[in-house]
Design a binder for this molecule. Structure first.
Ligand SMILES: C[S@@+](CC[C@H](N)C(=O)[O-])C[C@H]1O[C@@H](n2cnc3c(N)ncnc32)[C@H](O)[C@@H]1O
Length: 270
């Protein structure tokens, strides 16, 4: 179960979620540059209902946009966050693990922002093979991935950093990213937010400031959610890039909680 399965929470709180948990300006600019000379009749798929990608494609005049999402109610809600009319979008409702294979060589570009953690390790190879199959020859798969290239952050360092900084939406987002998605808690090999919050509350029980920050970060990442992160990227990368003739990536910017920990991949299909 992820946050997206809890409609009430997601509908109330998605507006509090900031980059890097959503696409950043720099990431959108890179995609804009790649699509700049592309025929506006090209067919583009988005994995999930990522609002920023849909607005970007609209602004650039792309007409054939497919949204693959298992959560119809989240998709319907996300339409209200889009700046532009979404009536020409085509929603493919269902689990990616069953829907993507129905569109062989259908898309010039597939866009994805932090979808990997939603997929169990045992299904990863099939998931990425399906994505590559749905892309046309010379097409692109553009994907932001949490790779945690640097060692996980010890909780002692989390305490040292956050006990000094102000409580606000930015620090709550940053704490959620670092404590739940980049800390030594990931040695478990899976993110279980209920378990992680219990550990954080007991670890920081003597700091009213950190307990307040834990409370605030529930606006960004609630309890009862599981993501499949924690396995070393060196064990996953080979399969992940094996379907493409070229895979290049950008690291997140200095100062981002995902600096040295996420990659914005541009994969080109042969
Ligand atoms: C793209 S991911 C991560 C969110 C991303 N960072 C964003 O800003 O949009 C979340 C989206 O994918 C959808 N989703 C998650 N797992 C899925 C699956 N197995 N099949 C289809 N849709 C899925 C969720 O319903 C949600 O809309």
């Amino acid at each position: 179960m992820t946050i997206f399965d809890n409609f009430q929470i997601i509908s109330d709180n998605w507006k509090y979620v900031l980059p890097p948990s959503r696409p950043s300006e720099a990431e959108l600019q890179r995609i804009r540059l790649l699509l700049f000379d592309m025929d506006r009749k090209s067919t583009i798929a988005i994995l999930g209902s990522t609002v920023e990608y849909r607005d970007l494609l609209k602004e650039m005049g792309f007409e054939s946009i497919y949204i693959f999402d298992k959560n119809r109610s989240f998709y319907d809600l996300s339409k209200t966050w889009c700046a532009y009319d979404t009536s020409n979008e085509i929603l493919i409702e269902g689990n990616w693990l069953t829907t993507l294979d129905n569109y062989p060589e259908h898309f010039n570009v597939v866009l994805s922002d932090l979808t990997m953690g939603n997929i169990d390790y045992s299904c990863r190879y099939d998931f990425y093979r399906s994505i590559s199959h749905m892309i046309t020859r010379n097409g692109y798969f553009i994907d932001k991935v949490l790779t945690n290239d640097m060692p996980y952050i010890p909780l002692s360092l989390i305490r040292k950093k956050y006990i000094q900084i102000p409580l606000n939406l930015l620090t709550a987002n940053s704490f959620s990213c670092e404590a739940l998605f980049c800390s030594e808690l990931l040695n478990d090999g899976k993110i279980d937010t209920t378990k992680f919050y219990d550990i954080l509350r007991s670890e920081f029980s003597n700091s009213p400031k950190l307990l307040k920050l834990i409370e605030l970060s529930h606006l960004i990442t609630p309890e009862n959610c599981v993501w499949h992160y924690g396995k070393g990227w060196h064990k996953l990368e080979k399969d992940y890039i094996s379907f493409y003739i070229r895979s290049s990536f950008y690291m997140d910017f200095l100062g981002s909680p995902y600096y040295g920990r996420s990659r914005h991949y541009f994969h080109k299909k042969g």
